[in-house]
Design a protein around this ligand. Structure first.
Ligand code: URP
Ligand code: ZN
Ligand code: ZN
Length: 480
């Protein structure tokens, strides 16, 4: 299949320039002005529009079994919705139960993901520890193209990783050249606060943010960062929602630590007033962890993104419908945690980032695709418009606008946390490996067309860090 995208303005994380883009056999074959039209090529007129790398959402949970139910969006419906919004790749999570064999869980998720229409990879969560886990981490890195491991510092009694697990897994990650990532919330503190609030009679969704204060996030971020510092391993902190965690990242970066921060489109644009909605369904629909925060935290997150302390944007797309959220009708701690967003991330960030002057188009590309591709080591296969890269592209019309609504979204969930938000700047066309999956409102995503993307281990910066760690190896003192 040959496609020529003509007359657009190409935007990468580094440059903006007028060029045509030729896609052949799933790859970008040529970029230049006034390219010849190959016989039989499909032409896309991109006049007045931007041609950018398709979005990479590095944090989704399709059909996740969680909190006694299963997320409503599967790998097909979720990635099809992603295509409608200009996102062409996701990195989802394999989350083994404690004591479950890691490879078995990994194979289960690989099977589920076969219906994906977008390309995909997996972070694998480390929820328990023994020698078999250490061995399986090696297999995942060396044979399966997994280069990141996730640690939930929250969800006590379920998937929470304690400091012993963090220490062992971070150390193993360093040895393997893999990136540890953390959900930073102090799970013990959250558990105790949930108990206290319930005893005090606070059972509704308003209890959710009260049980997960910004300090619980700041403490966990600091603890993970300090462990990573001592071990000498880089760290990626997912869904940073509070200035408390952001400040820890800034401190660590200032001290020379290699740390990356991710922020969600939702945390940047939705505030915690949603939990005080008197309608249970609406309030519960916003229950996710960490919770939406106050406007002050939002402002800090935008500055973190602009100032370079936060690097990637994601959605944590994890959908539960109203009947699932109702499992926590009498106890906020039992409301399944998670919200949707994979379809809306790009337009929400363009509207609130580029249209407000907070971000340039190139910075938008950096935080929606290029940085994730670099950090998770799939650059320049993904995250750039360059000859030889996968033809994962979005033709972006900065003049197109819509009002986001559950009535018109493509996500398989009965609520949209961005409901009523008018966004300006939308995907007119999305291409996945050169194939049109979205064209002017027509969703053409094909079930199973997505490919698993192997993410190789990092040769560097781990080498440098390992060398530095070796230099500081303690020696026993010889005594006579
Ligand atoms: O509430 C959330 N975020 N649900 C998904 C699991 C997680 O913590 O990422
Ligand atoms: Zn999380
Ligand atoms: Zn998540």
């Amino acid at each position: 299949m040959t496609t020529l995208i003509r007359g657009g303005t190409v935007v990468t994380a580094e440059q903006t320039f007028r060029a045509d883009v030729l896609c052949e056999n799933g790859k970008i074959a040529a970029i230049g002005e006034n390219l010849d039209i190959p016989t039989g090529a499909q032409i896309i007129d991109a006049g007045g529009q931007y041609v950018m790398p398709g979005g990479i959402d590095p944090h989704t949970h399709m059909q996740l079994p969680f909190m006694g139910t299963v997320a409503s969006e599967d790998f097909y419906t979720g990635t099809a919705a992603a295509m409608a919004g200009g996102t062409t790749s996701i990195i989802d999570f394999v989350i083994p139960d404690p004591e479950q064999n890691i490879m078995e869980a990994y194979k289960t998720w690989r099977e589920w993901a076969k219906k994906s229409t977008a390309d995909y990879g997996f972070h694998v969560a480390i929820t328990w520890w023994d020698d078999s886990v250490a061995k399986d981490m090696g297999t995942l890195v060396r044979e399966e193209g997994v280069n990141s491991f996730k640690h939930f510092m929250a969800y006590k009694g379920a998937i929470m990783a304690d400091d012993e697990i963090l220490y062992n897994s971070f150390s193993r990650s360093l040895a393997l050249g893999a990136m540890p990532t953390v959900h930073a919330e102090n799970g013990e503190l959250v558990f105790q606060l949930q108990k206290k609030l319930l005893e005090e009679g606070i059972t509704g969704p308003e209890g959710h943010p009260l049980s997960r204060p910004p300090a619980a996030e700041g403490e966990a971020a600091n603890r993970a960062l300090r462990l990573a510092e001592v071990i000498g391993v880089p760290l990626y902190i997912v869904h940073v929602s509070a200035s408390d965690a952001l400040e820890e990242i800034k401190r660590a970066r200032g001290a020379g630590q290699r740390v990356y921060g991710e922020v969600l489109a939702g945390h940047l644009t939705i505030d915690d007033s949603v939990y005080r909605d008197t309608d249970f369904t609406a309030a519960a629909a916003h229950v996710m962890s960490p919770p939406f925060r106050s406007k002050e935290h939002q402002a800090a997150l935008w500055k973190g993104l602009q100032g370079g302390a936060l690097h990637t944007t994601a959605t944590d797309h994890c959908c539960f419908c109203a009947d699932q959220k109702a499992m926590g009708k009498d106890n906020f701690a039992q409301i399944p945690n998670g919200c949707a967003g994979v379809e809306d991330r790009m337009s929400v960030l363009w509207t609130h980032g580029v249209n407000t002057g907070r971000l340039t188009p190139s910075e938008f590309v950096a935080i929606t695709s290029a940085n994730a591709a670099r950090i998770f080591n799939i650059y320049p296969q993904k995250g750039v418009v360059a000859v030889g890269a996968d033809a994962d592209l979005v033709v972006w019309d900065p003049e197109l606008s819509k009002t986001i609504s559950v009535k018109t979204h493509h996500q398989n969930v009965d609520y949209n946390v961005f409901e009523g938000m008018t966004v300006k700047g939308l995907a007119s066309h999305t291409l996945s490996r050169g194939v049109l999956t979205w064209k002017d409102g027509d969703l053409r995503a094909v079930k199973g067309a997505g490919q698993y993307v192997k993410r190789p281990a990092y040769p560097a910066p781990f080498d440098a860090l390992a060398k530095r760690a070796a230099l500081h190896k303690p020696r026993a003192v010889k005594r006579s």
